[in-house]
Write a new protein. Structure first.
Lengths: 223, 394
């Protein structure tokens, strides 16, 4: 379902060109659990941004579910993100003014789902991450682990083809980390495709495949 | 759309004090617009009402240059015979000191002839108006109004009393009703007025002359014919020089009045409009701050599927809602201020009420300002690249 061919992304830093991604080629099948590791500045985030359709490649091709991403306008990409991708970020990225339930509901509003359906899907998603009783709380009233669970609920509510985790446990203690990773495994078991960026070797090794990235070049690590 | 509206309300409610300060510009602008225009139109309304209440049935002629052919009382009598002309009465005016027993006060004295009563629609309460025999015989008789009677003599049943005007004794023969609606009543309330025969005025005041320079004319049938006839008579008399005299009707007065007030309204309206635009700049300023502050939120919304249009709509709506809130508050405060003014000046027989067409203009203008000044910030938000916005830490 993910098909990257010779994808490059170049940043101009001063007079120097930096290859954040250098002819990266990657294929991920549906239902896989892939983790991506690499030191800071190696291009992990750039890879995630391109796979997540937040950024586009300078050269090469990217097919997501056989859709050639580089042909789309920003607004069309927003729609693709809404339909196919669920994001879970390191810093949770919840909207502070909205309650947990409203945060989870937001992608469905952008998709134009009816109010009644939104309501039932929100409570379903919150139940899945065990947060039903926190639905009416603001993010500032929740612990880090709870906020990340809200973010996961928001990512899965659209039933995306791909769930992208960008260091989702980076800001959490080890106990909550286990909890969050546990949820990712459950989602994987239910048939979701999952890609996780992580520093943590232990977490990386729980995946079915590990991709290592260094200076913009990808390499598969055998487990 | 409804969702965006709710979000806009939420975002405004989340920062009430700032929102209020931002709206203040709009509130003041709307108040300036609505109050000023309502005041002008209220004042105009009452003045034009009083002009109209005088009826459009008289011409006022003023002669500035008689070209050696002065107009005498006899001339006026001849002109009254002309077709189209109704009555003509001269009016000479002076101011005198009136005395009655121990009381004294200044009084405006008009010298005229009997037709004046009819032409100007005066109403006699007691006694009679000036007669032609009074004019012929230079009789020292006077007709005073109620205000003059009460202020000078102390009571209104004063027929037969003798008052002196600048030392000359006059017998009071008639009492006139105070004209509440007259032009003089609007501009100079409670004035004391006396009417004496035109010929008697010549003896009272050195300013008055047997050469008549001001007189009023009523129409036989319609005003237009009277005005045309009068103008042609005067043109013939004064060597076809239309600068030698003026013929004015109440219509002309009303036209002039409405010209003045519409200019005034446009002027005040534009000043208020400018303050609204200044308010709009305040809105734009705060929206730019809001967009920067919420860069990360914009990034999140974009990441989970908000397109450019959605973001644009959200911020545009926020700016419009801010403007409209300011507008509603401004209109409400204007209403309150106008009510207070009406009560304070209630003695002035003027009514100041909210002009609904101005309110509509204010609402429309605020809406427009919300859009125009919200567009740039909203567009800035919509055009943010999602990854840059997500990376922003502010």
């Amino acid at each position: 379902m993910i098909d990257l061919k010779n994808v490059s992304r170049i940043y101009q830093v001063g007079s120097e060109k930096v290859y954040a991604l250098d002819k990266a080629t990657l294929h991920v099948d549906e239902g896989e659990f892939v983790s991506i590791t690499g030191p800071s500045g190696s291009g992990k985030s750039t890879l995630m941004n391109i796979i997540g359709c937040l950024d586009t490649a300078d050269s090469g091709t990217y097919l997501l579910d056989d859709i050639p991403i580089e042909d789309y306008t920003e607004t069309e990409l927003a729609k693709i993100r809404n339909q196919k991708i669920g994001f879970v970020f390191q810093s949770f990225n919840l909207i502070n003014k909205l309650t947990a339930a409203e945060n989870v509901e937001l992608p469905l509003i952008y998709r134009g789902v009816s109010k009644a359906e939104r309501k039932s899907r929100v409570s379903e998603a919150l139940e899945r991450v065990n947060l039903t009783r926190w639905a009416r709380h603001l993010p500032s009233e929740l612990s880090g682990g709870q906020q990340q669970r809200v973010a996961i609920a928001r990512a899965i509510i659209t039933k995306p083809s791909l769930i992208l985790g960008d260091e989702p446990t980076g800001n959490l203690d080890s106990k909550t980390t286990d909890e969050i990773i546990g949820i990712f495994h459950e989602l994987h078991d239910q048939g979701n495709t999952i890609m996780l960026i992580t520093h943590d070797r232990e977490i990386a090794e729980q995946a079915s495949r590990i991709i290592h990235i260094l200076d913009g070049k990808l390499s598969e690590v055998s487990i | 759309m409804i969702q965006s509206f709710k979000m806009a309300l939420k975002s405004i409610a989340g920062n009430k004090f700032r929102a209020f300060l931002t709206m203040l510009g709009i509130i003041i602008g709307v108040m300036a617009l609505v109050i000023l225009v309502s005041l002008v139109s209220g004042a105009t309304g009452s003045v034009t009402d009083s002009i109209s209440s005088l009826g459009n049935n008289l011409l006022t002629v003023t002669i500035s240059d008689d070209k050696g052919a002065p107009v005498k009382l006899q001339t006026l009598n001849e002109w009254m015979e002309k077709d189209g002309i109704g009555l003509i009465a001269p009016s000479g005016e002076t101011s005198a000191t009136a005395r009655y027993e121990g009381n004294s006060g200044s009084i405006t004295v008009y010298g005229t002839t009997p037709p004046y009563e009819t032409i100007n629609g005066l109403s006699i309460l007691l006694g009679r108006f000036i007669k032609s025999s009074d004019v012929d015989n230079h009789t020292n008789v006077v007709v005073i109004n109620e205000t003059a009677a009460t202020e000078l003599i102390g009571y209104t049943d004063c027929i037969g009393e003798e008052v002196s005007l600048d030392g000359i004794k006059y017998t009071v023969v008639g009492l006139l009703e105070d004209d509440e609606d007259s032009l003089t009543a609007v501009f100079g309330r409670g004035s004391t007025v006396a009417y004496i025969p035109y010929t008697s005025l010549l003896r009272l005041s050195s300013e008055a002359s047997s050469n008549i320079t001001s007189f009023s004319v009523s129409a036989e049938t319609d005003m237009a014919t009277a005005e045309a006839t009068m103008t042609s008579i005067l043109m013939d008399r004064f060597d076809q020089d239309d600068d030698a005299f003026t013929v004015s009707s109440r219509d002309a007065l009303e036209d002039a009045m409405s010209d003045v007030t519409s200019v005034l309204m446009i002027l005040l309206g534009s000043i208020a409009g400018i303050s609204l635009i200044v308010g709009g700049i305040g809105i734009m300023n705060i929206m730019l701050v809001t967009v920067t502050e919420r860069t990360r939120e914009i990034g999140i919304r974009k990441a989970i599927g908000a397109g450019r249009g959605v973001i644009l709509q959200q911020f545009l709506l926020e700016s419009v809602v801010l403007c409209m809130f300011g507008c509603v508050i401004g209109v409400f405060l204007s209403w309150a201020v106008l009510r207070i003014i009406s009560v304070v000046v209630s003695s002035l027989s003027m009514s100041f009420s909210l002009e609904w067409n101005v309110v509509l203009i204010a609402v429309g203008f605020c809406f427009l300002i919300g859009i125009v000044f919200g567009l740039y910030p909203a567009n800035k938000a919509a055009k943010m690249a999602p990854i840059d916005a997500l990376r922003y830490d502010g």
